[in-house]
Design a protein around this ligand. Sequence first.
Ligand code: IPE
Ligand code: IPE
Ligand code: MG
Length: 252
Amino acid sequence: MPGDANPQMSPAGEAPAPRSGPRHVAIIMDGNGRWAQARGRPRLFGHHAGARRVREVVECCPSLGVEYLTIFAFSTENWKRTQTEVAGLMSLFRRYISKEMNALAEKNVRVRFIGDRVRLDAKLIDLMDKLERKTAGNSGTQLTIALNYGGRDEVARATKRLARDVAEGRLDPENVDEETLPRYLDTHVLPDPDLVIRTSGEARISNFLLWQSAYAEYEFIDTLWPDFTAEELARLCGSYGRRDRRFGAVKT
Ligand code: IPE
Ligand code: IPE
Ligand code: MG
């Protein structure tokens, strides 16, 4: 199970010290287009550079005590981009999965995908399934890739399944509470994110993990995603540790 690499665990196996770093980090990887534009190159050049940053970020998670990493790769709104960019991104996702499959499996990373697969092409879906299956037994970093993901779309799809369970008598509407809907979300096996990072200077969440981030801490940083490094993630995890998360209560 995740937690093996928790640096807060005392070596003597006594009660662990309270965790100070985030357990679940979610990243809105933004700024690839501007990074390419600044170099006079096409947007896809930036997406390729962005994809190359993912490995370092995934690999530094165990040393930071980050058990869950969720990355936003493609939103339900990104279909509005040109056909060239969308097709280029889809081909990049296929290449990325094929290329990284063995390294992820060997590094004990478990990969899951969230988002709606309906609009994705069959070849990409096959690769996603293959990567999920190949890494299903891994106990290291739990990497979730949000692909054709939108928070509102996810809640709508979850509500549809919930309504079906009510209609077919499996769920009593009187028993629906705050614990019910998350069981229908794509993220049902994941804890809520503790820290959400958005690169590229935009201070918005663009439909990412709407329900799950209700009490997340946010970091909006100017770095463009292709320039993001493990050192920067370490710095953000450090400053997360100095925040006071009150969850609506008053500390006495
Ligand atoms: C993020 O970079 C990657 C995706 C949304 C797929 P962008 O492509 O949004 O880059 P900018 O925001 O235009 O610079
Ligand atoms: C959010 O970035 C989606 C991803 C990073 C995959 P966008 O670039 O699509 O968001 P907006 O359009 O600036 O809100
Ligand atoms: Mg963007």
